[in-house]
Design a protein around this ligand. Structure first.
Ligand code: SAM
Length: 269
């Protein structure tokens, strides 16, 4: 297992770069399952981020109608061009405008997990099968009342249905990372609740999770300026919501939405 990854790296004279998060998949059965989870067909346009040596790319290409892969390491772009049936864009996936796509399959470089996920979620697509560091994946799916429930959980679950598909051991990669990974399925959809103002929702989630152990009333008063209301208004909104004595770590995204709607009303009224 993994011989060809090591051989490819050796023949290209590439020493995997920490900066680019280069941990290449050597257990091909994992890549096969990722492709299976994506349920690809010839009507799909697939985006891959960080194709690396092309392990996943080679499995996606024959199943998709079109495949566009964005890779930031020029050495790997050169290696892939002409060898895989995909359009390779050589650039930083955080900067390059994404083409139209309806599915995304990727083993993400872990250092950009958060910004790349939220960049993806600004686009309209059907499904993403994405590999993350295990700890990050656990935070994405975490429910209220658990230690992993965080701003990331709320903002990801606000925009998409998130499903934990499987844990992937560190031994599936070369070089071996210090932590395990997990495959997550992301399916964007509208939330089942109303949000009057997305910016007010984002602000309240950010502010409240920066003091996750404090009561809602306390944090809202403490951070009233950041919430762009007076201390008195912040306190009134907390009381009106019925969550003044609760802690953010126990509130559902829908309850945070209700709180943000009251904040928005107080700001506009
Ligand atoms: N997909 C390959 C695999 O499964 O073996 C490689 C996965 S490796 C975890 C991450 C890949 O993303 C590397 O090829 C790395 O060069 C590339 N990468 C790192 N930062 C990137 C960025 N900002 N934009 C695009 N690709 C990036």
């Amino acid at each position: 297992m993994g011989g060809s990854v090591k051989e490819d790296l050796a023949s290209l004279g590439i020493r995997p770069s920490k900066r680019f998060g280069q941990h290449f998949l050597v257990d091909e059965s994992v890549a096969h399952r990722q492709v299976y989870y994506a349920k690809l067909s010839k009507s799909d346009t697939v985006l891959e981020i960080g194709p690396g040596l092309g392990t996943l790319t080679r499995l996606i290409a024959p199943k998709a109608g079109r495949l566009v892969a964005i890779e930031s390491d020029r050495r790997l772009c050169g290696h892939l061009s002409g060898k895989v049936d995909a359009e390779i864009i050589c650039g930083d996936a955080l900067d390059v405008p994404f083409p139209e796509f309806n599915k995304v399959v990727a083993n993400l470089p872990y250092s950009i997990s958060s910004p790349i996920t939220f960049k993806l979620l600004e686009h309209d697509f059907e499904v993403g099968i994405l590999m993350y560091q295990l700890e990050f994946a656990e935070r994405m799916v975490a429910r209220p009342g658990t230690k992993d429930y965080s701003r990331l959980s709320v903002m990801a679950q606000h925009r998409a249905a998130i499903e934990f598909m499987e844990k992937v051991p560190r031994t599936a990669f070369h070089p071996q990372p210090a932590v395990d990974s997990a495959i997550i399925k992301v399916a964007p959809r509208k939330p089942g609740y109303e949000v009057a103002d997305e910016r007010a929702f984002e602000a309240i989630v950010r502010v409240l999770f920066s003091h996750r152990r404090k009561k809602i009333r306390t944090t809202m008063c403490l951070c009233s300026r950041e919430l762009r209301v007076s201390k008195e208004t912040a306190e009134r909104v907390a009381e009106e919501s019925g969550y003044a004595d609760a802690r953010v770590e126990t509130l559902e995204p829908s309850e945070l939405a209700a709180l943000s709607n009251l904040l928005h009303e107080a700001r506009s009224g």
